[in-house]
Design a protein around this ligand. Sequence first.
Ligand code: ZN
Length: 195
Amino acid sequence: MTGSPVDRLADALAKLPGIGRKTALRLAFSLVDDGRLSEELAAVLSETARNVHECPLCRNLTLDPVCEVCGNGSRSRSICVVHTSADMRSIEDTGLFRGTYFVLHGSLAPLDGVGPAELGIPALLERVAGVQAQEVILALDSTTEGEATCAYIARALESLGVPVTRLARGLPPGALVEYADALTLSQALKGRSRV
Ligand code: ZN
């Protein structure tokens, strides 16, 4: 392998979302300077990479047999559909939703080969029917792909007769759930409307 350890570290870090070249270099220098932190991070990362998997119920990423939310017997029978585990965390952090989740890991993108099966939509329908969900909340991004995914899932759920809602239009067009601030997300969740 070529390049100095700092450059190689910076190259790897720069692949993370939101990390530009300058930040990557700064982080790489701190890691090289702090051997103990590097070892701690290396251990956590390799443990995570080895053991992380999708929760069989909701597809959230977890190290446990089922994720913490699905394993909590006191959650309600509402299901909140999100794009990513990070979105799930953002909604959990509002403290307003007491049901369980379903993580799509993406948006419909037929041209890139991402169809309903890749998003786990058949498993979602099975789960909604299986738990007799009280409500399905579509907490998807206000992007073109998010809107298309939202419309597809709403249609797919129609025959099950479950109330389907979506976040209020409080999220500005193009907004990503993960980055919405807690107040905006709370208002969007409270003001959700029937699809
Ligand atoms: Zn789960």
